[in-house]
Design a protein around this ligand. Sequence first.
Ligand code: AR6
Length: 178
Amino acid sequence: MIKEISGVTIECVMGNIADQPDMMAIVNAANAHLRPGGGVAGAIHRAAGPGLEEECQKYAPIEPGQAVITAGYNLPNKYVIHTLGPVYGVDKPEAKLLSDCYRNSLLLAEQHGIDSIAFPAISTGYFRYPLEQATAVALKTVIEMIPQLKQVKKIRFVLFSESDLVVYEAELARLAGS
Ligand code: AR6
């Protein structure tokens, strides 16, 4: 599904965040120590190669809601933005911290002249944030940021399953008009 809001394209696709060659930046659902780990972080670090972990160590540890930017190394993307989502039920207030992840990632993208950025569903894997609630926070935050965006023209949400994609598409249709 693709929607356009005030000149910014928002799309939802099913796929692998580490295989988005047409995006200038991808976002990593990182751990505080910016180490490879599993899920999204594992896939990104495997594809990027060891240079990514080495650069990451300059910025670690990070706090929930924070975002930092590195080069993409062997990834097809120029940049990786690493953000730490809240662990559901532990890092509070969850919705504010999750919203900060999306907002701070987009602010970094703006500062680096990034025109296209792909997000995974931050915190909805190992960190156990319920997908429906996380989807509402992600899309609301991104749509609220659009008036401030001067560089970012394309925002893609990359979902790992068909059922997650359906949830994103329903929420995007609700917020952006179907
Ligand atoms: N591409 C797109 N989405 C994916 C991929 C992929 N390759 N792999 C998993 N997902 P998670 P978190 C989905 O656990 O909850 C890591 O070990 C997944 O189905 O990657 O923020 C880190 O090191 C889920 O919907 O991120 C941290 O310790 C979503 O991406 C911790 O897990 C996020 O899953 C971060 O946990």
